[in-house]
Design a protein. Structure first.
Length: 138
């Protein structure tokens, strides 16, 4: 049997604002933007150069979903973005106004910093110290 994670759904308040943030601020690629009718769209973004997991941008449609925006993991880091050049991406994100919650730090698994997307979700930007440590990252 062969399985893999293809998409992670992230609740956002507005499709276009989310597309703008992830593509223009984080440099992600818009992979799909399909009108499904009745105000619903199938919107998928993924990090540039990635063939792995993508984000499905899901527009909140009720009060419970609106309340979950930015807090889908109860305040913990939600997503872990690996990079091949931490300092390049860190400086680019600073220039793009990304909000960092701490200073960059060195851990056993690599160089890391926590940032927030414009919707309040916490992310780790990580340059792993070696590629075989992927499974050890919290």
């Amino acid at each position: 049997m062969s399985q893999h994670l293809a998409l992670v759904s992230i609740v956002v308040p507005d499709y276009d604002k989310a597309i703008e943030f992830y593509t223009e601020k984080l440099g992600f690629v818009l992979k799909e933007n399909i009108d499904m009718g009745r105000g619903k769209r199938w919107v998928v973004v993924r990090p540039s150069g990635s063939g792995g997991v993508s984000l499905l941008l899901a527009k909140a449609k009720n009060n419970a979903e609106m309340a979950a925006i930015g807090n889908q993991t109860g305040g913990r880091v939600f997503l872990f973005l690996h990079t091949d050049d931490f300092w390049r991406d860190y400086k680019n994100y600073q220039a793009n106004g990304i909000h960092f919650l701490e200073q960059p730090r060195e851990e056993a698994y690599g160089t890391v910093v926590v940032f927030q997307d414009q919707f309040g979700n916490k992310w780790d930007l990580i340059q792993p110290s070696t590629s075989d440590l992927d499974s050890q990252i919290p």
